[in-house]
Structures are given as C-alpha cells and as structure tokens.
Design a protein. Structure first.
Length: 158
C-alpha cells in the first residue's frame, strides 16, 4: 500500500492563496509545506492544474487593473505595463532606438591614409614598418636565469 498523499485540501488552498497573492509556484509550494516537485506532481490532476492556473490569472488581472488605475494619475505605471506586456512595440529596445534617432550625428576622424595616393600610402606603410622594426630592435634581449639559485648566486646575477 502506498503512502498517503500530502495533497490535502488545506495545503492546496494555502498554495492557491499564495499564487493568488503573486508568489511563484516554488514559493507557493514551500508556503504550503511541500517541495515544488510535489506541487508539480499534484498538477497532473486536471482539476488542481485548473485551480492553479486560475489563481495565477486572478493575480495577473488584479495587478494589471491596479497598474492601469495608477496609470490614470502617473504615466510611469502605464509605460511599465506596456514595456512588459507589449515588449516588441514598447520595450526598452524601442526606447533606446528612439533616443539614438534623436542624437546628433557623430563625425568620425578620417583614417590617416585616407586621401593619399597609392604611392603615398605605400610610403607611409614603409615608414610605419621601419618604426616598428626599430622599436623591436631596441627591446632588451631576454636574460637567461639559472634554474636554481640561492643567496650565493645573487651576486653573480647583478
């Protein structure tokens, strides 16, 4: 004989009340005193699943109504709601794109070789190559260090 189910009506009601208040399913399960995997297993029952979905939908409808009501006084609430419900049209990416469109154009400095003839470009490239070669030749050569040295060897390193 199997173990008795923890899915009592009292625990289910506690979970539904938490979901109706806006909790995640994980938090609602913990509030009801069960692991989230247990709560998900309960939702295999179509009746419990429908009650869970209704509790979540009730919270969403109440929240949207509250935001919409606040939006009558403060446009931030309506903007917040539109950003989340219709992100493709009103999301942060569109806000950024609109801000960029209003920015003054940025003028970039010309490239150092721009406007030079092919011969002048080749000459400049040779000059750069010579400068780089000279800088590389000035770098000190790597000094080989003995693998092991103690206090007596420090004098020979100076």
């Amino acid at each position: 004989m199997g173990r008795r189910s923890k899915a009592t009506e009292g625990r289910i009601e506690v979970m539904l009340a938490s979901l109706g208040a806006g909790s995640t399913r994980t938090a609602a399960a913990a509030h009801a005193g069960v692991n989230r995997t247990t709560a998900y297993r309960w939702q295999r029952d179509a009746t419990i699943r429908a009650r869970v979905e209704k509790a979540e939908a009730d919270f969403e409808v109440r929240s949207v109504a509250q935001i919409a009501q606040a939006g009558g006084e403060d446009w931030h609430a309506a903007a917040w709601l539109l950003e989340r419900r219709r992100a493709a049209s009103y999301g942060r990416a569109q806000t950024l794109a609109a801000a960029v469109d209003q920015m003054a154009p940025v003028e970039l400095a010309p490239h150092p070789l721009e406007g030079l003839s092919k011969a002048e470009q080749a000459g400049r490239m040779r000059e750069y190559a010579d400068l780089w070669a000279a800088e590389a030749a000035e770098e000190p050569a790597a000094v080989e260090m003995p693998e092991e040295h103690g206090p007596a060897d420090e004098a020979t390193l100076e």
